[in-house]
Design a protein around this ligand. Sequence first.
Ligand code: SF4
Length: 267
Amino acid sequence: MSLPVKPMSDSKHYGLTSQSGGEASLFVHSTESFGSVDGPGVRFIIFLKGCHMRCRYCHNPDTWRMAGEADTAMSVTELLDQAERYRAYWGAEGGITVSGGEALLQIDGLIALFEEAHRRGINTCLDTAAQPFTRREPFYSKFLRLMKSTDTVLLDLKHIDSEAHRQLTGHGNENILDCARCLSELGVPVWIRHVLVPGLTDDEEQLRRLRAFIDTLTNVQRVEVLPYHTLGVFKWKELGLRYTLDDVPVPTAEQVARAEQILQAKA
Ligand code: SF4
């Protein structure tokens, strides 16, 4: 989800799970102790396993796989105890961010984690591409409950055009845009993030359409342009996956500045 490339072998790898001794638990891919770009301040980042999207530029395809029977999970207590070792560095703004993969695929564990985090006075941030979002039950009630203990949402909007979104990720964007609307209705602070890929997500008209959509929302604190990079390509090769963007260059500083000019301009 987030742009940093997570190492495949150095980071801690945990499995999936459901309950650990009666306590809610989560299938964790890896953790990062000092995240500085995934939400306000310095944050402990928890990357969860599993994602249904297949973004062509994904820099962490090793997070895609859902947990299997051989995987084990980390309990909420284990995760928060580990995170709190770094609490002294968080300052007034920092806390924990849960990313992925797609964190909303483990919404039950996420609710337990964020509610306990709030009980401990820990600021919470959810980094999501919102692919699982739906206003259908039972997901919707769970999402509303999760948002009560979520301080910030980092929401990836990958393309404003649904067909182009499907070409890029394997999924349309209707429910993702609806998630953005829902967050606006709820008044949850949101940072919108857009990965800029030359030739795929940098068309000026589409960027203007995306900005026009953002202008319909009332809760957006920040819009970030994340330049496409190729640092995660080796993972595709190691996983035996075919990478289809070999000929796509990283954006120039001018292209990034132009996209920022469009996406960060208020109506
Ligand atoms: S949403 Fe896209 S970029 Fe994020 S983990 Fe899934 S496939 Fe990768």
